[in-house]
Design a protein around this ligand. Structure first.
Ligand code: UDP
Ligand code: MG
Length: 317
């Protein structure tokens, strides 16, 4: 155990936000150093930015020994950046924060107190509002959380942010999950531990733009469902079973009608509809199988989750 708190900060094209973040976090660090006697390291992960993010990080690293940076060879995504951060953090306590100040630094004080005094392993945050977000996005987000909590055993909290402070034990548990398809919101829930939830209202970004388009979020939510539930795989069996029953009933009805009424069966249009329907359902189900298969394929390749190009920190494996 040391008295170091590591702050992991994923950055992707964030040249505008970093100075604001640095000022805010250093202020908070000073407060906590005086109050609790803790030290800090800021571990910035440059996730293949194409702007001046890396230059700015290098400048800060020269001025302040607490600033560490890891720079990826390309954009690997926020999940990979968080994983790299967790792997390279040295503190007994580790926090994950966005650089855009949507995660208020002053909450770190309360988080630290809850862990040290009340015996929690992790203090997480969730936003109670989705202010400043397009309504359609909020609607789909809510549907997603309802759905995934129905079909997955792992609890995935609606509105949960990645902003959290964790103990070393929990970080090590997360690192043991070396899967390639990382969906952190599920991983944090899956590892368990005592988690306290703090709530706050959504804040607007301090500078720069969000990196998530609707389409990106949609794909990410599919990743989440597939990483933490196998329920979609059962859809094929359920629908197949239902169709068998319906088919049996229809056969029975047709035979009865022909025998009793001598009714010739009128056919072509209804047949075409049925063929289309069954073909559609089958292709859909094969598609679901394909999705799981492709994820399994990627996992078996055991590709690295990220590749470091440069860093001012000795890399740990
Ligand atoms: N981010 C990243 N890699 C990416 C996308 C985002 O490291 O491919 C970082 C980004 O720099 C920011 C954090 O993840 O610090 C959250 O991103 P953003 O603010 O765009 O997401 P939002 O808050 O809108 O959900
Ligand atoms: Mg943000």
């Amino acid at each position: 155990m040391n008295n170091l708190i590591s702050i992991i900060v994923p950055c992707y094209n964030e040249e505008a936000a970093i100075p604001y973040f640095y000022d805010a976090i250093t202020q908070q660090s000073e407060l906590m150093r005086e109050k609790f006697g803790v030290e800090f390291e800021y571990l910035f992960i440059n996730d293949g930015s194409r702007d001046k993010t890396l230059d700015i990080l290098k400048k800060y690293a020269e001025l302040d020994l607490r600033v560490k940076y890891i720079s990826f060879s390309r954009n690997f995504g926020k999940e990979a950046a968080m994983y790299a951060g967790l792997k390279n953090a040295e503190g007994s306590y580790v926090a994950i924060m966005d650089v855009d100040l949507q995660d208020p630094p002053h909450m770190l004080t309360e988080m630290y107190e809850s862990i040290v005094n009340d015996g929690y392993d992790c203090v997480s945050t969730r936003r109670t509002t989705r202010k400043g977000e397009p309504p359609i996005r909020s609607f789909f987000a809510r549907c997603f959380y309802k759905l995934i909590n129905k079909i997955s055993k792992t609890e995935i909290v609606d509105g949960a942010r990645d902003y959290r402070l964790m103990t070393r034990k929990m970080v090590d548990a997360i690192l043991d999950m070396g899967e390639y398809n990382r969906f952190s919101k599920g991983i944090f829930g899956w590892v368990g531990f005592n988690t306290k939830w703090l709530e706050y209202e959504n804040m607007e970004r301090v500078a720069g733009e969000t990196k998530w388009s609707f389409w990106k979020l949609f794909l990410y939510s599919l990743d989440g469902i597939m990483a933490f539930s196998t329920a979609p795989l059962a859809i094929a069996s359920i629908i197949g079973f239902l169709f068998c029953i319906i088919a049996f009933i229809m056969i029975f009805v047709i035979i009865a009608k022909t025998l009793i009424l001598g009714d010739p069966v009128a056919g072509y249009p209804s047949l075409v509809c049925i063929i289309f329907l069954v073909a559609g359902v089958q292709t859909f189900c094969i598609g679901i199988l394909g999705q799981y298969l492709s994820k399994t394929y990627l996992e078996t390749k055991k590709r690295p989750i990220y590749i470091i190009k440069e860093s001012n920190k000795g890399e740990k494996d």
